[in-house]
Design a protein around this ligand. Sequence first.
Ligand code: PMP
Length: 365
Amino acid sequence: MSTPWPPLRAELQGIEPYGAPQLDLPVQLNVNENPYGPSPEVVADIASAVAAAASTLNRYPDREFTELRAGLAAYLNTDGGNAITPEMVWAANGSNEVMLQLLQAFGGPDRTALSFAPTYSMYPEYARDSNTTWVVGHREDDFSLDLDHARDLIRQHRPHVVLLPSPNNPTGTALSPEVVGVLCEELGEGLLVVDEAYGEFRRSGTPSALELLPTHRNLIVSRTMSKAFALAGARLGYLAAAREICDAIRVVRLPYHLSAVTQATALAALRHAPELLGKVDELRLERDACVVWLREQGLQVAESDANFALFGTFEDRHAVWQGLVERGVLIRETGPDGWLRVSIGTADEMTAFKNALTEVMKEIN
Ligand code: PMP
């Protein structure tokens, strides 16, 4: 038998690379970005920080990104963190890279990672790429996590890493700190990664898992500048955890993985945090209004603490997605069968989405 070319690992053959369809449509509500771009002042500050970094690009960047770690720690202490120090922060090119590094360091052959579906579809990919055994439990009909089921799976598989987004993607479901605390206890030496990529969009009264860091040394809270911070293009994700965990990740990171340009951009953005995060309240209101409107159309909508809403169910969700595409609106065909996910955009974009969906629903009924 001839070997396929190129000689890809057997388990990777025939797999499509992960990614949402990139279509050039006027209303982009498919990858949970922040619809608001930076102001001219922020653009100018980022540009001058990058210009300063450019003058030393013959040198490698600060491998330990010391200033950036301090900036991220200070920010986290304003959003649920309690005495987080720079040594308790780690960063990489997007939180996808942060979590891959976590599995490279704490997963691997003869080790197990666990999550609960439906959930973020990159998790099994981190497991596959780090040769970690992947175990997946289920969520309830309302997409919440059943604590007994979670405990049972932990006892059965003794996972080295549990990946739990809060809010969850694609459902928007948040975890309570009580659940996080119980799972940390149950895991013993295993690590619990609470992926708070959408943490800043949580509804008031839903605390961040950051609060539990001082009491659980096996807790890791992952964040990103891609969503609430409106900086998806810069690729900066980070985590907060015990200092020993951050030190251990340094063993698997590639040297100088955060470029001088990335560090300068992220630091400049942090200086403008209040402005960049300024649209979060507006997006939350827009989300809540979108959920109400979708329910008024007779649809089911998952409770959301994020900047998107999962709605359905449709007999032929692809036809609905396609109908929206034909009207210039791009959303995401993801989640359980029959459901669709819409990211929250500007008021005008949401009006365009609602008008298009009304037309499509008339057409299919
Ligand atoms: N976690 C979750 C739950 C996500 O939805 C995403 C992005 N869609 C990420 C992590 C990764 O985001 P980034 O790499 O841009 O930080």
